[in-house]
Design a protein around this ligand. Structure first.
Ligand code: ZN
Length: 469
């Protein structure tokens, strides 16, 4: 089926570049793919031609803006039930977030009825918030993880890149696997998911894909990491894990792996490559940055949960300028919101904290103790501050590049799959709308103030998979 959309269609093909704010765009979609795309006067003319040919052209209202579908590069589906709780805890330790909240809730996914209910609700929640692709941690349970794959196919989205979580040490007795079981069930899960993707008849990038998922270094032995690396290589899978997240995690990992950094360990086992997506990376050393860049691995930036667990903010802009790929994640439930709009504004806020150390009151304080002039302050702002449009890049093209899907998703280009979100200003959160708002102001308002009420319709692979009731 062929259809077209005409109006304000905004995307960010490169970091720092925004298109579509000042002229109309015509996107022509056929068989889930962007068949052709016109901007400005060519869009006006082609619209008339298509209408004369009887092609359905949807003309967007002045209050509506189409953007590429959001790509959440880090989310824990089993953790939805305790969203909003536990974020006052440290990550590690007997009274920490993992032991008190994450592990027990994930363990409950062994009950398939619970898993089905949580996973279906999670998928619907993501679509309602405009997320069209998600890189997902499931639990250690193979069967429950298969349920998530099936649910994503049934729902026709979001695209679900699912990892059966692997752990073989330092977990509760009731939520742990042997090394052999972890590797065997991961292989079973990969075979199942790849077969289901093929049966479902989609073309790449498939609606579902298996992801090799060592949880993080403290819960994985060297034997498990080696086995998972072989599977990722054999089946050409995306890899995901957590890396250099918090001070306590980094210390624990280093003690387990002969004083090495997280990146060195992942690299040694062949788990740092393209596409590997490592969540957080806030506590990285310079040598770890080099390993990431040289390997082509990406960072899933989780600004909201970093405020609670990471004891730092990721210098996103500097990392991108040094050639490292960065996508954006919600990190439910370390992050309390499943909304990528929320993650975008958290990314903007987190970037602002990076130059707090240069404020006059910070001189001789514990946050840096630097005595610097106005020039340095401005220089730090320039190299660190993210705009809302930079955050939109992270949530779309940044995510696509992190997953190795930059040629298929993340922006409006001929030949790419049509995954998109129709945003609208009409909602109670945006009741103070000025008639003279520019397109730029309107989009910034939605990114700053918006929530699921501003998501009017969502498309995955050219199909409308959610629209506001
Ligand atoms: Zn996580």
């Amino acid at each position: 089926m062929v259809f077209a959309i005409f109006g304000t269609c905004v995307d960010t093909p490169e970091f720092g570049e925004v298109r579509g704010l000042h002229e109309p765009t015509l996107v022509v979609v056929s068989s889930g793919c962007i068949q052709s795309l016109y901007r400005g006067r060519a869009a006006e003319e082609s619209r008339k031609t298509l209408e004369n040919q009887g092609v359905s052209v949807r003309v967007l209202h002045a209050s509506e803006i189409l953007v590429p579908g959001f790509i959440d590069t880090h989310i824990h589906f089993p953790q939805f039930p305790f969203t909003g709780a536990g974020i006052d805890k440290p990550l590690m330790g007997d009274d920490g977030f993992l032991v008190k909240y994450a592990f027990p809730t994930e363990e409950s996914m062994s009950d398939l009825a619970i898993a089905r209910s949580v996973y279906n609700a999670g998928l619907e929640t993501l679509l309602r918030h405009g997320t069209t692709s998600a890189l997902i941690f499931a639990s250690i349970h193979c069967q429950a993880s298969k349920e998530l794959v099936d649910a994503a196919i049934r729902n026709r989205g979001p695209r679900a890149f699912v990892g059966k979580v692997c752990v073989d040490r330092h977990c509760p007795d009731s939520y742990i696997e042997t090394t052999e079981t972890s590797i065997n069930e991961t292989e079973d899960f990969i075979n199942y998911t790849q077969a289901r993707a093929a049966e479902a008849g989609h073309s790449p990038p498939y609606l579902v894909q298996p992801v090799v998922t060592p949880r993080f270094l403290p819960t994985c032995t060297a034997e498990l990491l080696a086995g998972l690396s072989q599977l990722a290589e054999r089946y050409k899978c995306i890899i995901q894990s957590h890396m250099s997240e918090s001070i306590d995690e980094v210390e624990f990992s280093s003690a387990l792996f002969e004083g090495k950094t997280d990146a060195e360990v992942f690299s040694d086992f062949g788990l740092l490559r393209a596409p590997s997506v490592m969540a957080h990376c806030v506590q990285m050393k310079c040598t770890e940055e080099d390993l990431l860049r040289d390997s082509g691995a990406a960072i899933a930036h989780c600004p909201l949960s970093n405020f609670f667990f990471a004891s730092g903010a990721l210098p996103v802009k500097q990392l991108i300028s040094r050639g490292i790929k960065v996508g954006l994640g919600t990190d439910v439930a370390g992050g309390y919101s499943p909304s990528m709009l929320s993650s975008m504004r958290a990314a903007v806020l987190a970037s602002k904290t990076l130059h707090f150390q240069y404020l006059p009151g910070a001189v001789q304080s514990s946050v840096g103790g630097l005595s610097v002039g106005a020039k340095e302050k401005e220089s730090s702002k320039e190299q660190d501050d993210l705009s809302h449009f930079d955050a939109l890049y992270l949530a779309t093209m940044g995510g696509a590049a992190s997953l190795g899907l930059q040629d298929l998703l993340g922006s409006f280009e001929e030949g790419k799959r049509f995954d998109a979100v129709l945003l609208t200003q009409v909602s109670t959160a945006l009741s103070f709308v000025c008639r003279h708002d520019s397109r730029e102001d309107l989009l910034q308002k939605i990114l700053t103030l918006g929530d699921d009420r501003n998501v009017k319709e969502v498309f995955v692979d050219g199909q409308s998979v959610y629209s506001q009731p």
